[in-house]
Structure formats: structure tokens, C-alpha cells
Ligand binder design. Structure first.
Ligand code: UD1
Ligand code: UDP
Length: 380
């Protein structure tokens, strides 16, 4: 079977490592994978670093689409992916997650009657003002095989009319839905071991285990609105003061740019000059999971990072009003605080007093990627 895999943004490049590894280790006799990079993310530390350190096969096709408004960016990807699909004639197209690259891949393939395989299907935040929510819904409804990481994802799809009947041949009109566990749990466990083999950024920064807080911010609703960005940064400064711990912030390029443009000068100065706050370039994945596994707490608006906090058993403050990973909030391991500094501080104080959080096995057995490969071969 020949599949074309679409990657483009950081989280899906990282996700691709799990399936590519499963193919190389167990299915190389049966599955040929052709990787297409849309170029949505292009800085070395947003793209190249992951191919190198996670041993991901090099993309055969680089579309070099770059940044732009949603319409322009998605349209360029759609055109480029269609051309590749016509040339490659794959048996299926594989997409991950919920970015514009995901949407473009799904649309290009479904129009050419190429079966779409969606990994990380079924997730919903129920907030359609998020671009990712539209991408998720559209992609799921273009898909022939939907691989769902969690039970909540299955419930979401049932509400939208999907069936769990797995008899008969899968098709766009008769899609098949499978709960497989989360390939990012596979990746996090696999690379956590690799990460421990060398000194990492936490060592370079002389951070003590359990004595620093990790934070990432990149959602447009948090970075592009001055009021929200200022409130979050105020909250971070207060939490750093209260905790007396180092606050480590690997900054998405969008966030660094917007901080410079939108923050009041005095707040920007505090952020830049305070010794307990470390602003870093985007981290590689091995550094990132080292930070996640050694910190005391995570503060993030990232979908992936909030889940990795759970994998590494750290409490998490989510800088959003909703999440698609509802289980971690329902189970008390994370709190939704939006962009509100008071709510951030309250959540920080709440988690400081919590000694006994538990982390049940919600995300599978760390073999989701193998299961997905097996199911693709069985159903396509
Ligand atoms: C995108 C995804 C989001 C995902 C995130 C992961 C969509 C709609 N959004 O958001 O779901 O959580 O990736 O990180 O697909 N930039 C650079 N260098 C790069 C890439 C981006 O400087 O290598 C800057 C550019 O100014 C660009 C901005 O970041 O305009 C935003 O990039 P874009 O890919 O449009 O959205 P993200 O916020 O990264
Ligand atoms: N990540 C990384 N370096 C960073 C920030 C994030 O390697 O500086 C990883 C993180 O560990 C996770 C993935 O990127 O696996 C999440 O991507 P991101 O936060 O960009 O997007 P989201 O998951 O919100 O779509």
C-alpha cells in the first residue's frame, strides 16, 4: 500500500515520527510512505530540528507555502497537494490533527476520490471561532478511516452521525471509526528515554528538577489581542513571584513578534529583564519533553503540551476557555483559565496545595501507531 502523508506545522511533523517509526519497524514490507511538507512552518527550530532528532524520513515533496492569511495559505496548499496526489497516485492520504495543512490535505484528496485517513479524529472544543475546530470537523467529514485517541472523541463523532459499525468496506460514505489511543503518548514515552541519554536544556540553564514552571503560548486569540496577551504575561509575572521558581518560556515565533508589538513597554521590560524568567527560542522535541518531565507545573494554550503535561504527571493551567482534551480537566489534572490573570493565579495556588493528583491511562498503551498501520492495511 502506498500512502501520502501531509505534514506542515510543528505538531504534525512531531506526530508523523510515530507512524513513520511503526512503518520502518513493523510494516516496511507492506506500506510505502511518501511525505509531503506544505511549508506551513519553515524556521529550522519549527521544522528541520524534528526531522533530524526524531529520525523522520525526509519529505519527497516540499510545497514551501509559508505564512499567510488562512484563505491564501490553505489555497496554495490545496493546489500543491493536488498536483502531488495526481503524480503519486497513492492508495490513501494520511493527515494529522487540525491545522490548515490537515484541512488542505483532506480536501485535495477527497475531491480526487483518494481515501483520507485522519489520525487524531473526533476531537472537539465546541468553539467554532477557533480555526482548528473548523479544520477538525471538515477533515473528519472528508475521511474514510478515523483514528480516534480517546473515548470522548468517539462520543463526539457519534453525535455527528458517525457509526461504530466496522463491517463492510470503508468508504467516504461508509467511514470507519476506531479508538486507537494517542500516537503522541507513543512518541512521548519513546523519546523520553532518548531525551535522558544526553544533557538537555534544563541542565544548560541549571534548572533544578521540580523547581521551574514551563510555559508555552501561541494561540492567535492569546497572542494577537493586546488585552489577552498583557493579561497572560501579567499572570505569568505574578506566578513567578509567588512561586519563587524559574519560569521557562520557549517562544513560538508568532508570540515573540506579538510580545514586541503589543505589550506595554514596562511589562515587556519586566519580561525581558527578570532573572527568574527565561525566554527561549522554540525548543526541539527532546528538550521539550525533558522540560515537561522535570518541571513542577505547565502553563500552556497548546493542545499537545497540555496532554504531554498529563503524560509526565504534571498539573497544567490551560490558557483557554475550552479544550478538546476534556478528560484531563474532568479528572482534575488541568484547569481552564482563559486569558485571565486572576484565574491563572487561582489555578496556580490550587495546584500548589494538591499533593495527590492521579493520572489514569486515558491515552492508550503507547502502541497506537502500530495499531493504526495494522488497521489501514486491513481496511483500505
Ligand atoms: C498553527 C496551527 C495551529 C497549531 C500551531 C502549532 C492553523 C490554523 N494553526 O498555528 O493549529 O497549534 O500551528 O504551532 O493551522 N511563523 C514563523 N516561522 C515559522 C512558522 C510561523 O515566523 O516557521 C510565524 C509567522 O509570522 C506566521 C505566524 O508564525 O504568520 C503564524 O504561523 P501559522 O502557521 O499561520 O499559525 P500558528 O500560530 O503557527
Ligand atoms: N513543542 C516543541 N517545542 C516547543 C513547543 C512545543 O517541541 O518549543 C512540541 C510539544 O512538545 C508538542 C508539540 O510541539 O509535542 C505541540 O505543538 P504546538 O504547541 O506548536 O501546537 P498544538 O499542539 O497546540 O497544535
Amino acid at each position: 500500500m502506498k500512502i501520502v502523508t501531509i505534514v506542515g506545522a510543528r505538531p504534525q511533523i512531531i506526530k508523523a515520527a510515530a507512524i513513520s517509526r511503526a512503518i520502518a519497524d513493523h510494516f516496511s514490507h507492506a506500506i510505502t510512505e511518501v511525505i509531503v511538507h506544505t511549508g506551513q512552518h519553515y524556521d529550522d527550530n519549527m521544522s528541520e530540528v524534528f526531522f533530524t532528532e526524531m529520525n523522520i524520513p525526509r519529505p519527497k515533496h516540499q510545497l514551501s507555502v509559508g505564512s499567510g492569511n488562512h484563505g491564501v495559505q490553505t489555497a496554495k496548499m490545496l493546489e500543491g497537494i493536488e498536483t502531488v496526489l495526481l503524480a503519486e497516485q497513492p492508495d490513501a492520504l494520511l493527515v494529522y490533527g487540525d491545522t490548515n495543512s490537515t484541512l488542505a490535505g483532506a480536501l485535495a484528496a477527497v475531491k480526487l476520490h483518494i481515501p483520507v485517513v485522519h489520525v487524531e479524529a473526533g476531537l472537539r472544543s465546541y468553539n467554532k471561532s477557533m480555526p482548528e475546530e473548523i479544520n477538525r470537523i471538515a477533515c473528519d467529514h472528508c475521511s474514510t478511516l478515523l483514528f480516534v485517541p480517546t473515548q470522548q472523541g468517539i462520543q463526539n463523532l457519534l453525535k455527528e452521525g458517525f457509526s461504530l459499525d466496522t463491517k463492510g468496506k470503508a468508504s467516504i460514505d461508509c467511514p470507519k471509526v476506531f479508538k486507537t489511543g494517542d500516537i503522541m503518548f507513543d512518541n512521548s514515552m519513546y523519546f523520553a528515554e532518548k531525551s535522558r541519554e544526553k544533557q538537555r536544556i534544563a541542565d544548560e540553564l541549571q534548572l533544578q528538577d521540580g523547581q521551574f514552571i514551563l510555559c508555552t503560548i501561541h494561540r492567535d486569540s492569546n497572542t494577537d489581542l493586546a488585552e489577552n496577551l498583557s493579561s497572560i504575561v501579567q499572570g505569568l509575572v505574578s506566578i513567578q513571584e509567588l512561586s519563587q521558581q524559574t519560569l521557562v518560556l520557549p517562544l513560538h515565533p508568532r508570540t515573540r513578534k506579538k510580545m514586541g508589538e503589543l505589550l506595554p513597554p514596562a511589562l515587556l521590560e519586566t519580561l525581558n529583564s527578570r532573572s527568574g524568567i527565561k525566554l527561549l527560542e522554540p525548543a526541539g522535541f527532546l528538550d521539550m519533553i525533558s522540560l515537561e518531565s522535570r518541571c513542577s507545573m505547565v502553563i500552556t494554550d497548546s493542545g499537545g503540551v497540555q496532554k504531554e503535561a498529563f503524560f509526565f504527571q504534571k498539573p497544567c493551567i490551560i490558557l483557554r476557555d475550552q479544550t478538546e482534551w476534556v478528560e484531563i480537566v474532568a479528572h482534575g489534572n488541568a484547569r481552564l483559565v482563559g486569558a485571565k490573570q486572576d484565574a491563572m493565579i487561582a489555578a496556580f495556588e490550587f495546584f500548589q496545595g494538591q499533593e495527590s493528583l492521579s493520572y489514569p491511562p486515558i491515552f492508550g498503551d503507547a502502541h497506537a501507531a502500530e495499531e493504526i498501520c495494522r488497521l489501514m492495511l486491513e481496511n483500505l
